[in-house]
Design a binder for this molecule. Structure first.
Ligand code: PEP
Ligand code: MG
Length: 560
C-alpha cells in the first residue's frame, strides 16, 4: 500500500480502480503561413519557450524528485535555452514560412533522427529527452487535449497529470467514481466544476502518476486529501464503513430539502445554485434550490469550434428558465479568458491572461457575439424569472456600456418583431477590488450585485487561484477581502440593492456565520453542497452572528 497526500477538492470517500489517462498524442499537420504572420509566430514561439522553462523550473523547485529526475529536467532546460535551437526554429518560420507547430516538429524530428542513428547507447537514449521537450513545447503551443475515454468502467477513478474544465464535464457524463491529479489547485475552474457535480476529486498530489498502476485499487479520502494506492485489507474495510456512514449522513441532509432557508431567528437567506452545464439543472431541482444564482455560460462556448448561435442559446436558457420557474435564473454573460479558453473565439494568446482580455472585456470587444447572447437572454425571459449578470466588472462605465448594448438589442428585436421580455434585471459581479471600492456607484446602475470571491481573493491578494505553489497565500478570510465584502454589502444596501455571494466562499461551511453576520442577502453554491450550507443557515442566529462580526471587525481594525 502507498499513501500520498494531495489537496482535497470535494469532500467524501471514493473507492475504485485506477484508470491512468496518459498524455495524448499531438497531431501536427504541415502548415504554411503568410509572410505577414511571421512576427506573430516568432513572438508566440518566444512566449511558449519562456512558459515551458518556467514550468520546468517549477518542477525542479517545488516537487520532490530524485537527483536523477532533477538532472533530466535540467537537461530539458538546457535544450530549451540552446541558441541553436531558437535560431533554427526561427529560420524555419521566417524563411520556410512554416507554422510554429510545424517548425518545432521539423526541428525535433531531425534531431531525434540523428540521435537514433548513433550507435552509442548514451547518445541514442538522449533522443527521449528531445522527444519530451518537443512534447512539452507542442502541448503548450497547441493548448489542446484529445483523450480517448471509451474504455472507462463504472468504478474507474481517473489519474491524470492535470485536467481542464471541459474534460471534467466530459468524464462526469461517463459515471466515473472520482478524479485525482498530480497538479492543480482547489479553486481552479476544473475543481469548481468537480465540486459542483459532487464528483470526488483530489489535486496537487506529487508523484501520483509514477505511483499508480492501471487497474489497482485506490481510495480517495476527500476529507483530508489522503490517497491510498493498493490499500491493505483493514484500510479498505475501514473506508468501506466510512463510505456507508457518509451515505447515511447525506440521506439525513436530504430531509432538510423542504425546509425554508431561515436562520434560527427567522432571517431568510436566499440559497441558490451555481451551474456550469445545463445538465446540472436536475441536481438543482433535486435539492430544492431557490433558483440559479450563477450560470457560467462560457462553458457552452468552450468545447467546440463554433460559438453557439443566438437560437441555440435561446433554447438552452429558455428551457432552464422554464424548469426553474418561479425561481430566478441568473445568466452570467461569458467569462472567457484566464483558464477558460475558447477555440470558437480564437482568443489571442496572452502572457498574463487573468489580467488580460477576460470576462466583460471580451464581450465589449466582440460586440456581435455579445449581442447574440443578450438577445437570447431577452427572448428566454418569457416568464420574467431570468436576470443578466456581467463578469469582471472593474468600473461603473462598463455597466453603462453594457446597458446601452442591451437597449440596442431590444430595439433590434422590436424592429425584427421577435418576442422578448422588456423587463430584465441587471447585475454586476463584484470580483475585482476596484469594483468593490466603487460599489456605491455600480449599485446605482444595477438591480443586484453578486460577489465573486474566487477572483476577489485572487486579485486582492495578488495570488493566482490556479497555482498550487501559492495556495497558502490564497486566504478568503484575509481582512482586506472581508473589508471589501463588508463595503460592498453596505454600499449596495444603501441603494436598496441585494447582494449575493456566488464564489466558493459561500460553499464553505466555516464562512457561513461570518457572511450572514455581515448582512449578506443571498448565497449561490455548488448544488452538491447546498444542503450542507442550508444546515449551517438553519443553525445560525443572525443577530448573534452580527455581534460576532462587529467584534471581529473591531479587532481587525485595531492597530497592533
Ligand atoms: C468568482 O470569481 O468568485 C466567480 C464566481 O466566478 P468564476 O469562479 O467563474 O471566476
Ligand atoms: Mg470570477
Amino acid at each position: 500500500m502507498k499513501v500520498l497526500k494531495g489537496t482535497s477538492v470535494s469532500m467524501g470517500i471514493s473507492i475504485g480502480r485506477i484508470k491512468k489517462i496518459q498524455k495524448p498524442k499531438l497531431q501536427i499537420k504541415k502548415k504554411k503561413i503568410n509572410e505577414s504572420e511571421v512576427d506573430d509566430e516568432i513572438l508566440r514561439f518566444e512566449e511558449s519557450v519562456k512558459n515551458v522553462i518556467n514550468e520546468v523550473d517549477n518542477l525542479i523547485e517545488n516537487i520532490q524528485h530524485s537527483q536523477d529526475n532533477k538532472d533530466i529536467l535540467t537537461t530539458h532546460k538546457m535544450i530549451l535555452k540552446d541558441p541553436e535551437f531558437s535560431k533554427n526554429v526561427k529560420n524555419l518560420i521566417s524563411q520556410e514560412l512554416m507554422s510554429l507547430e510545424f517548425a518545432i516538429k521539423t526541428h525535433f524530428t531531425d534531431i531525434i533522427e540523428i540521435f537514433n542513428k548513433m550507435e552509442n547507447d548514451y547518445y541514442s537514449e538522449r533522443s527521449s529527452d528531445y522527444e519530451d521537450v518537443a512534447y512539452r513545447l507542442l502541448r503548450q503551443v497547441l493548448d489542446h487535449e484529445d483523450i480517448n475515454l471509451d474504455d472507462l468502467e463504472e468504478d474507474s477513478i481517473l489519474i491524470l497529470e492535470n485536467i481542464t474544465p471541459s474534460l471534467v464535464t466530459k468524464v462526469f457524463s461517463k459515471n466515473i467514481r472520482g478524479l485525482c491529479t498530480e497538479k492543480g489547485s482547489k479553486n481552479s475552474h476544473s475543481s469548481i466544476i468537480a465540486r459542483s457535480l459532487n464528483l470526488p476529486m483530489i489535486v496537487n498530489a506529487p508523484n501520483l502518476m509514477n505511483s499508480c498502476e492501471e487497474g489497482n485499487q485506490i481510495i480517495l479520502n476527500g476529507n483530508n486529501g489522503n490517497i491510498y494506492i493498493s490499500p491493505e485489507k483493514d484500510v479498505l474495510e475501514k473506508f468501506h464503513k466510512q463510505y456507508e456512514e457518509e451515505k447515511k449522513q447525506k440521506k439525513a441532509l436530504l430531509k432538510l430539502k423542504d425546509k425554508q432557508n431561515l436562520t434560527k431567528d427567522g432571517k431568510h437567506i436566499k440559497l441558490m445554485s451555481n451551474i456550469e452545464i445545463p445538465e446540472e439543472v436536475e441536481q438543482v431541482k433535486n435539492v430544492n434550490s431557490e433558483g440559479i444564482g450563477l450560470f457560467r455560460t462560457e462553458f457552452l462556448f468552450m468545447d467546440s469550434d463554433e460559438a453557439p448561435s443566438e437560437q441555440k442559446q435561446f433554447e438552452i436558457y429558455h428551457k432552464i428558465a422554464l424548469k426553474c420557474e418561479p425561481h430566478p435564473v441568473i445568466i452570467r454573460t461569458i467569462d472567457l479568458g484566464g483558464d477558460k479558453l475558447s477555440r470558437a473565439l480564437n482568443i489571442e494568446h496572452e502572457i498574463n491572461p487573468n489580467l488580460g482580455c477576460r470576462g466583460i472585456r471580451i464581450s465589449l470587444k466582440h460586440e456581435n457575439l455579445f449581442k447574440k447572447q443578450i438577445k437570447a437572454i431577452l427572448r428566454a425571459n418569457e416568464k420574467g424569472n431570468v436576470k443578466i449578470m456581467f463578469p469582471m466588472i472593474s468600473c461603473v462605465a462598463e455597466i453603462k456600456k453594457a446597458k446601452n448594448i442591451i437597449a440596442e438589442c431590444k430595439a433590434e428585436l422590436t424592429k425584427e418583431k421577435i418576442a422578448f421580455n422588456d423587463k430584465l434585471e441587471i447585475g454586476a459581479m463584484i470580483e475585482i477590488p476596484s469594483a468593490a471600492i466603487t460599489s456605491d456607484m455600480i449599485a446605482k446602475e444595477c438591480d443586484f450585485l453578486s460577489i465573486g470571491t474566487n477572483d476577489l481573493v485572487q486579485y486582492t491578494l495578488a495570488v493566482d487561484r490556479d497555482n498550487p505553489s501559492v495556495t497558502e497565500y490564497y486566504q478568503p478570510s484575509h481582512q482586506s477581502v472581508l473589508r471589501l465584502i463588508q463595503m460592498t454589502i453596505k454600499n449596495a444596501h444603501q441603494e436598496n440593492v441585494k447582494v449575493a455571494i456566488c464564489g466558493e466562499m459561500a460553499s464553505e461551511k466555516k464562512y457561513i456565520e461570518l457572511l450572514i453576520g455581515m448582512g449578506i442577502d443571498e448565497l449561490s453554491v455548488s448544488p452538491g453542497r447546498l444542503l450542507m450550507i442550508k444546515n449551517e443557515i438553519l443553525q445560525t442566529d443572525f443577530l448573534k452572528a452580527k455581534k460576532m462580526d462587529e467584534k471581529i471587525f473591531r479587532s481587525l481594525n485595531e492597530v497592533e
